[in-house]
Design a protein around this ligand. Structure first.
Ligand code: PGA
Length: 233
């Protein structure tokens, strides 16, 4: 798998440092104008390291992968809120973009977002991996042709992510997400996977067979992927 470079680290903190180094290298080379960001617990140490660093994103446009439908940007579990808390309030970017999960016309919102992505091709896209092999909210069964679209979250994703919602909050069961094709357009993919729960998904990736049941395996068809993990496979 010449297209996939794997970097094994001792901890997610070390992984986060590695990601910052990769970003710094691309910035210094003048290759990073548009950065695709991800959310979730995997990315928390990454944004912590980024905010502590002297990396300069004032000329970088950011796009996020996905957003829940039906909770506003002021809700602490929205990804807009997460990004603002962890990164954007501390590190200024030229522009930041995320799908609007409160849009009245969700199909129009998907078209708007995908058009913006086409106008601003992604240089690097960060990705986490779901325990069920999803990338962004592209759940098992998602077509490789998919662009930004509305998704119904699977039981597995709802079970994993419901830990962030308190008992009196209802977790959204639908979301907006960049599609597989939108993600695959990025020039470079940086994939982070830490902890034993991610082992089955990474094992599927390294089996080397593309299957719609494990969307992470679509990355096998991308020319430039860096996987950063603390798992020895
Ligand atoms: P996590 O989520 O970083 O919280 O494990 C990753 C994902 O679901 O893509």
């Amino acid at each position: 798998m010449e297209n996939i470079q794997t970097i094994v680290v001792d901890s997610k903190e070390q992984g986060a440092e590695k990601i910052c180094e990769l970003v710094q290298k691309e910035l210094e080379a003048g290759h990073l104008h548009v950065l695709g960001l991800a959310t979730g617990s995997t990315m928390e140490p990454v944004y912590e390291k980024m905010t502590e660093s002297d990396l300069d994103f004032t000329n970088v446009i950011a796009f996020n992968l996905d957003e829940y439908i039906g909770i506003p940007a002021t809700h602490k579990n929205s990804y807009a809120y997460y990004m603002n808390e962890l990164l954007f309030s501390k590190k200024p970017f030229k522009e930041t973009h995320i799908e609007n999960g409160m849009a009245e016309d969700l199909d129009a919102e998907c078209v708007r977002y995908e058009t913006l992505l086409k106008e601003n091709p992604l240089d690097i896209q960060f990705l986490g991996i779901g325990e069920n092999g999803h990338i962004a909210f592209n759940e098992p069964g998602t077509s490789p042709e998919s662009v930004t679209h509305v998704v119904e979250l699977t039981e597995s994703t709802i079970a994993v992510n419901s830990q962030y919602f308190t008992e009196d909050e209802t977790m959204p069961v639908t979301a907006l997400t960049m599609g597989i094709s939108s993600i695959m357009q990025a020039k470079k993919l940086i994939v982070a996977a830490f902890g034993e729960k991610k082992r089955p998904a990474l094992e599927k990736l390294f089996e080397g067979v593309v299957t719609t049941e494990w969307p992470v395996t679509y990355l096998l068809d991308h020319p430039d992927v860096i996987v950063i993990t603390d798992l020895k496979l």
